[in-house]
Design a protein around this ligand. Sequence first.
Ligand code: ZN
Length: 293
Amino acid sequence: MPPASFDERTGAEVREGLPPPLSDLSRLCIHTETTSPWKLPEAASAYERAGVPAITVWRESVAGHGPAEARRILEDHGLEIVSYVRGGFFAAASSAARRAAVAENVRVIEEAATLGAPLVVLVCGAVPGQPLETSRAQIRQGLEHIVPYAEAAGVRLGIEALHPVYADSRSAINTLRQANDLAETLDTPGLGVVVDVYHLWWDPDLRKEIARSGRNNRLFAFHICDWKTPTTHLLLDRGLMGEGCIPLRRIRGWMEEAGFEGHYEVEIFSEIYWREDQREFLEKIKRAYLAHT
Ligand code: ZN
C-alpha cells in the first residue's frame, strides 16, 4: 500500500484521485421533498436549527403559501434558495398539450422569480410509445419558447438528464451528453445542465461531459444521494450518501475539477426515510454528507 497522505487544511486522509472529505456544512443544500412529511415552514425552521444553509424548493411545498409568502418564510430562517423544482414535461402527443406545457413553464418561471430562486430545474418529458427523437424535438421547441421568459425574469434553466429507466414517460434526455448537446444548440447563457448522481453515475462519459459543461459555464446544479443495491423502488427508494454503489466522492471531484462552486443538494426520495422521525433523518443526512460526499 502506498503511504497515506493528508489534507493540509482538514487533516483528513486523502485517497488517490479523490478530493478530501468536506469539513463543514457550508455547501449543503436540502431539497424539501427529501423531508416530505414536513410542510415548508417546519422544514425551513428545522434546516435552520440543524445548520443547513440552503434549500431547494419543490413546487408542491409552495402550494398553500404562494411564492411570495414562501420567500418570506425562507428569508426569515436565513436560508439561501438554490433552485425551484420543477418545470419541463414539454413532450406531449397533441399540439394543444404542448402549448399548455409551455404556458405551465412560464408560470413556473414567474413563481421562481417571485420566490427568489435563481434556477428552475427541468425534467423534460417523454410520451410512452412516441419515438424518443420526436420527444426530443418537442423538448427543444418547448425550450425555445420558454427561454425568452426565463431571460426576462432573470431565472436560469437547468436541464436534468434522467436515468434511462425513466425514458418511457419522464424524460427523453437520459445522458449528460444529450443535455449538453441540447443546451449548446440553443446557445443562451441562461440554459445549462443539472448533474444528479442518481441518474448519471453509471455513464462512462460522465467525467468528460461534466468537464464539457464546466468549460461552457453550464454546470448549474449538483444533486446527491445514493443508489441502493438492491433497490426496491426506482422512484422512492433512494439511499443516503454512502449507502449504495455511487462513487460520490469521485464524481464530486470531477465537478470541482470542472469549476463547479455551487451547493451539493441532497435529494433523497425514500418511503423508508419518510416513515422515520424527520429530525433524526436530518441528522443522518448531515453525518452521511460529511462522511461520504
Ligand atoms: Zn435531481
